[in-house]
Design a protein around this ligand. Structure first.
Ligand SMILES: [Zn+2]
Length: 97
């Protein structure tokens, strides 16, 4: 569990949100993610969000271009099986207080 200053409690996010992680949090987490220092679960949530969020894809591509990363977002596509597990995980979290 990563504490993100200024972030809202994900449990309070209204139903229908595309992800537990918000776009502004992606921006905050991206540097750590690209360095590989994020906890695995957080990194997966971040990937899951980005995979379905066009603005974040554009942001990541811009960011990666800026730091001249060696690989692209396209190389880190989430397998359908993993996405399904993440969805199950997220829904389970939403139900618990
Ligand atoms: Zn986003």
């Amino acid at each position: 569990m990563v504490v993100m200053p200024g972030s809202e409690d994900p449990a309070e996010a209204p139903a229908g949100q595309p992800s537990e992680i918000e776009c502004r949090q992606i921006a905050e987490l991206l540097a750590d993610y690209l360095e590989g220092t994020l906890p695995r679960r957080t990194a997966e949530l971040l990937e899951w969000h980005i995979d379905g969020c066009a603005p974040c894809i554009a942001f990541v591509n811009t960011y990666r271009g800026t730091i001249r990363a060696t690989h692209t977002l396209h190389a880190t596509e989430i397998p359908p099986e993993l996405k399904k597990r993440l969805l199950t995980f997220l829904r389970a979290q939403r139900k618990s207080p």
